[in-house]
Design a protein around this ligand. Structure first.
Ligand SMILES: Nc1ncnc2c1ncn2[C@@H]1O[C@H](COP(=O)(O)OP(=O)(O)OP(=O)(O)O)[C@@H](O)[C@H]1O
Ligand SMILES: [Mg+2]
Length: 380
């Protein structure tokens, strides 16, 4: 799987440019605030239609301009696809694959699988449960369209149920109306939770394997914790029954607060190193390496599901690692992977330059770099 080219017009601070990429390593080199992360974000948008900064889409358009375009050729198992995304200030974006417009997010996913490594990943380990759910949901949605559709249905029903709860609180609706919503929400909750349990078990094995290679004496375990069973997943058939039962118990509380208190939107992922909870007790360095192992696990998971390794985006990842960890991380990426990596100094990439195409970025202007500096860094 790889990205052959990228063409941008009026996208963030990047000047109109067509880039042809190496199938192996592509380095985006530049000082701070020149546009490196913007480029990484553009590639992430091509893969997922989502911004890595959770930005409002109009923010992607260059200041003072009315529309932006990203166009890319991608190659998946030898099948080439042309992807075009148009962003507008005053209307929804337009997405085309091989010139055919795509109307649903679920119909787009699967064109290009991407795994992004970023210093912000630390928040998956450190932050509240929503970040861990998002990590799981992004991964499982990329590899399973039915999961994505269930998740979307669940969130739609959740929103409606919450508004019914508020109406009951303000006496605009009667309480028995909740019963149909409970049945609905329970059905989708069950499907999502079952898949999360199953997939997390698999992901746990892979992520632990990668983590052991990164840090040999640490045992990483990740475990899905749901609000109904509190982590006990031996009896999946009981989930729906339990859900209804427990939901009845919290009903008055739900009405008082106007929100749904139980279900996959409240669940969490427990992360432990050698049996100790990393979020609570882990050192900064441990959290960082766990975040990397989760991403390495993600890439391997995609490989298992698709029989193809994703394109890897490594934004600023080296700035936080010592040399030993850097090398270990590079060893753990599959040799056939297409990699996009950002940095401020060519010296950081010495070991990879032989297979690399280097793009220099200065104030949004991109130039491919062939010069003597590359050779010097290689021989240094
Ligand atoms: N819509 C936009 N139009 C014009 N410029 C923008 C837009 N959005 C962001 N920028 C600018 O892009 C610049 C570069 O941002 P980017 O995050 O890509 O830098 P970077 O090279 O990754 O820097 P660092 O090394 O600090 O991470 C920022 O200064 C920002 O103001
Ligand atoms: Mg950056």
């Amino acid at each position: 799987m790889n990205i052959t080219s990228l063409f941008t017009t009026n996208y963030r601070n990047i000047q109109r440019k067509e880039m042809q990429f190496s199938e192996r390593i592509n380095v985006f080199l530049g000082k701070n605030a020149q546009g490196k992360t913007n480029l990484i974000e553009a590639l992430f948008l091509i893969g997922t239609l989502k911004s890595i900064r959770r930005a409002d889409e109009s923010q992607l358009i260059q200041f003072g301009e009315q529309e932006a375009k990203l166009a890319s050729l991608v190659n998946k198992k030898g099948i080439k696809k042309e992807i075009e995304i148009y962003y507008y200030r005053d209307k929804a974006k337009r997405v085309l694959v091989n010139r055919n417009q795509i109307y649903k997010y679920a119909d787009y996913l699967g064109n290009l699988n991407i795994t992004l490594f970023s210093p912000d990943d630390l928040i998956i380990v450190k932050g509240d449960a929503s970040y861990r759910r998002r990590y799981l949901d992004m991964l499982f949605s990329q590899t399973d369209k039915a999961y994505l559709l269930d998740l979307m249905a669940y969130h739609r029903i959740l929103k409606q149920r919450n508004s019914v709860l508020k109406d009951i609180r303000s006496k605009q609706r009667q309480e028995h109306l909740l019963d149909t919503w409970d049945e609905q929400i329970c059905k989708y909750a069950n499907r999502i939770v079952q898949k999360r349990y199953k997939n997390v078990k698999f992901l746990n094995e892979i992520a632990n394997k990668m983590h052991k290679k990164l840090i040999f004496n640490e045992n990483l375990s990740i475990k899905y914790i749901d609000t109904i069973y509190c982590g006990v997943d031996e009896n999946p058939a009981e989930y729906e029954k339990d859900f209804i039962l427990k939901q009845k118990r919290v009903r008055s509380q739900e009405i008082a607060r106007g929100i749904t208190l139980l279900g996959p939107h409240r669940d969490d992922l427990e992360i432990k190193i050698n049996g100790v909870n990393t979020r609570i007790f882990g050192s900064q360095g441990q959290k960082r390496s766990v975040a990397i192992s989760l991403r390495l696990g993600e890439a391997e998971y995609i490989q298992e599901m698709y029989d193809e390794y994703p394109v890897l985006l490594l934004d600023d990842i080296f700035s936080e690692l010592d040399d030993e960890r850097k090398n270990e991380l590079l060893q753990l990426l599959r040799p056939e992977a297409q990699i996009f990596i950002t940095g401020t100094s060519l010296m950081d990439f010495q070991s990879m330059l032989r297979h690399a195409k280097v793009f220099k970025i200065q104030q949004g202007r991109i130039e491919e770099h062939h010069g003597h500096e590359k050779k010097r860094a290689q021989t240094a």
